[in-house]
Every structure is written in structure tokens, then in C-alpha cells.
Design a protein around this ligand. Structure first.
Ligand code: HEC
Ligand code: HEC
Length: 328
């Protein structure tokens, strides 16, 4: 395949295993933009290359962190900390298998991209705040079960019946559709403090809702949806939804970080090797065998997803604000 051989010949695979120097980073970014401009192809498992899906529009992360915007300190917020609370029941996890097991080729994620299920999209975008099974946290972060149930016609009807009222199928449909529009609107616009997810496309939201329906015990047909996407898009999910909660895009002290510092997203690909970066996020410190402390650990993000986040930060350097991002 074209993408495959170009990347291997360019040495990009090898580059990703070394600390990235400035000069190497420039070459890296040039290659990465080539990756994005090429559509990600489906596997040719039966000797036939499938049509590629329309590609995703990837944008750099920009502006201050969520906590800076809402003027909350890291110590006094639960945002970004709920990912390890709750556990997806095994029978549900089995319905959302991981799309990739190419252990023999460490570069698969870069060449072929990822195949995300609704469970993956939830994990990458929502889990750090709403918890592993969308359970939320008391008054601070709502559980997502009620809004999901409200968007199921059958559930709406049953609830009305329990209250001794019956409504027609048509009315139940309408109420449910209204509730789902509300949910989608919430993602587009964000909430009082919840960030916006305006960059999510309909096919991504559909798959995500499919997972939430299964979690909430609501019948639906979207559970089997999967979305193929390039590594940069996966990196964008990770950085926009989780890292931007605490890290400003460009403001922040450089390495080494002291007690009160939270480094900027733009410093990661300059100050940390890809290994240090992955180790920090999964275990709590860039140095092997240590922990630093104030940042939560995210062992539920895979190595490949975090390498994709690094690639995204290198290929789409974080900017001060959105206008600047548009001009570049
Ligand atoms: C940074 C933390 C954070 C992330 C990430 C986050 N949310 Fe939220 N969400 C909240 C908070 C806080 C509220 C309630 C207060 C508000 O409106 O801001 C909320 C409310 C909601 C509500 C409304 C619930 C209700 O009962 O009205 C929905 C639906 C929702 N979130 C869905 C999602 C989905 C889907 C994702 C992932 C794509 C997501 N959220 C990611 C923090 C977050
Ligand atoms: C809840 C807040 C929070 C979230 C969410 C968060 N970080 Fe951090 N991060 C911190 C703090 C605080 C530090 C400073 C060092 C410490 O206390 O761990 C830090 C430090 C770092 C460092 C510097 C390593 C070091 O300790 O020298 C890297 C790299 C990093 N974060 C990457 C990420 C990535 C990637 C994400 C998203 C997957 C992320 N962080 C999400 C709070 C957060």
C-alpha cells in the first residue's frame, strides 16, 4: 500500500521511537501532513480494497484549558479524574471489541488508522468526566442514563404508562426525537462548564450513542456502528476532550515542571520523547518507576492512542486561539 511504504521509507517509524529533535520534528510534521492528506484505506482482507470513507477534518487544539476558563484549581475539581471509577460489565465490553490486534506491526495505527466502536469514542471523549459507565458523580457531573432513556420511544411510552397515562407511538417518537436533539445540541454547544464537542461528526456521535444505549439498557440499532479514522483524529479526541481540561494549549512553564506548574500542550512534543509522554499519561511520571502526583493516570488510554495524541500535537501544533488556527 502506498501510505505504508512511503512512511517506512521516510523513517517515520524509527523517528517515533526516539526523542524528537527540532529538525526531526519539522520533517515529522511535513510527513504527517502527507498522512492526513491521504485517505485511510480499509483492509484488503479478501484481496479487495474497500472504498475509503470521507476523511475527517482535523484542527489544532487552541486556547486556555477548561479549568483556566472556569477559574478552578486542579486540586478542587473532579473534571478529568473519573475515568478510573466504575467498570464496564464484561458482557457489554464483549459487544464492543477492539478493532485492532496487529501486535506484529507496531506501526499499524499510523499506517491504517483506528477502527473505533461507540465504546472507544465514549472512552476517548467522555469517560474522564462522566466515569467508565456514564455514572457521573453526584451533583457535580450528571449520569447520562436519563437523557439516553428519554431519547428512546419505548422508554418514554413505558414511563408514561407507569404514571397511568398512555400516549400514541407517534407522540412517543416525537418526544424521544426531541430528547435526542437536545442531547446532540448539548454536544454541539457544551454546557455551563462541560466543554463543546462541536468537532464530533454525526457518524461519531451515532456510534457513541449506540454504546450509551447499551449501557442504559435501552434498545437500539446503533451498537454495532464503527468508525474508521486516521491517527491524527484519534489524537484530536484524546487531547481536546481530556488533556485540554487541565493543560492550556500554549501557556505554561517548560520542563522541568515544579509544584505549581502545568506545562502547555505545545511543549509536549518539544520537551518529551514519545516514550516519556506515553509513560507519564499511563503511569503518572515521565521517568520510569516514579510518580509525580497531581495529574491523574489514564491507563485506560492505550499506548497507540497516546502515540496518536503525540502525532496530532506534532502535526497540528497547538495555537493561542481559534482565529490564529484558522489563519494558519
Ligand atoms: C470536562 C468534563 C466533561 C466532559 C469531558 C464531558 N462532559 Fe458531559 N457534562 C459535564 C458536566 C459538568 C455536566 C453538567 C453541567 C453542565 O452543563 O456543564 C455535563 C452534562 C452532560 C449532559 C446533560 C445531562 C443532563 O442530565 O442534562 C450530557 C447529555 C452530557 N454531559 C454528555 C456528554 C458526552 C456524550 C460527553 C463526551 C462526548 C461528555 N458529556 C463529556 C462534564 C463533562
Ligand atoms: C486533571 C488535570 C490533568 C489532566 C486531565 C491531564 N493532565 Fe497532564 N499534567 C497535569 C499536572 C498537574 C501536571 C504537572 C505534573 C504533575 O503534577 O503530575 C501535568 C503534567 C503533564 C506532563 C509533563 C510530565 C511531567 O510530569 O514532567 C505531560 C507530558 C502531560 N501532563 C500530559 C498529559 C496528557 C497527554 C493528557 C491527556 C491525556 C493530560 N496530561 C491530562 C494535570 C493534568
Amino acid at each position: 500500500m502506498l501510505i505504508d511504504s512511503t512512511l517506512r521509507e521516510s523513517g517515520l517509524h524509527a523517528l517515533l521511537r526516539r526523542p524528537v529533535t527540532r529538525a526531526a520534528l519539522v520533517a515529522f510534521c511535513a510527513m504527517a501532513s502527507l498522512v492526513t492528506s491521504l485517505p485511510v484505506r480499509a483492509d484488503a482482507s479478501n484481496g479487495q480494497v474497500q472504498e475509503s470513507e470521507p476523511s475527517f477534518r482535523v484542527e489544532p487544539v487552541s486556547g486556555p484549558s477548561l479549568l483556566t476558563r472556569v477559574r478552578t484549581g486542579i486540586a478542587s475539581s473532579s473534571f478529568g479524574r473519573l475515568g478510573l471509577q466504575g467498570r464496564v460489565p464484561a458482557e457489554i465490553a464483549a459487544r464492543f471489541p477492539n478493532g485492532r490486534h496487529a501486535a506484529d506491526d507496531p506501526g499499524w495505527w499510523m499506517d491504517d488508522g483506528f477502527e473505533l466502536s461507540g465504546a472507544d469514542l465514549y472512552r476517548l471523549n467522555c469517560r474522564s468526566c462522566h466515569g467508565a459507565v456514564a455514572q457521573g458523580l453526584g451533583e457535580v457531573i450528571p449520569s447520562l442514563f436519563d437523557p439516553i432513556k428519554a431519547s428512546s420511544p419505548r422508554y418514554v411510552q413505558e414511563r408514561m404508562e407507569r404514571r397511568g397515562r398512555s400516549i400514541s407511538d407517534e407522540v412517543a417518537e416525537k418526544l424521544a426525537r426531541g430528547a435526542e436533539l437536545g442531547l446532540r445540541h448539548r454536544l454541539l454547544k457544551g454546557g455551563q462548564t462541560m466543554p463543546r464537542f462541536a468537532h464530533l461528526e454525526q457518524r461519531e456521535v451515532d456510534a457513541l450513542l449506540g454504546f450509551l444505549e447499551v449501557l442504559s439498557g435501552v434498545p437500539g440499532e446503533r451498537a454495532t456502528l464503527r468508525v474508521r479514522q486516521p491517527a491524527e483524529r484519534v489524537g484530536e479526541h484524546v487531547v481536546m476532550a481530556t488533556c485540554l481540561i487541565c493543560h492550556d494549549s500554549t501557556q505554561g512553564r517548560r520542563r522541568p515542571v515544579a509544584d505549581r506548574d502545568v506545562p502547555a500542550l505545545s511543549s509536549f512534543t518539544v520537551d518529551y520523547s514519545i516514550e516519556e509522554f506515553v509513560r507519564k499519561v499511563r503511569t503518572g511520571s515521565p521517568e520510569a518507576g516514579k510518580t509525580r502526583g497531581r495529574m491523574p493516570k489514564f491507563p485506560y488510554l492505550t499506548r497507540e492512542e497516546l502515540m496518536a495524541a503525540y502525532l496530532y500535537l506534532a502535526a497540528f501544533p497547538p495555537t493561542e486561539d481559534r482565529r490564529q488556527a484558522a489563519e494558519n
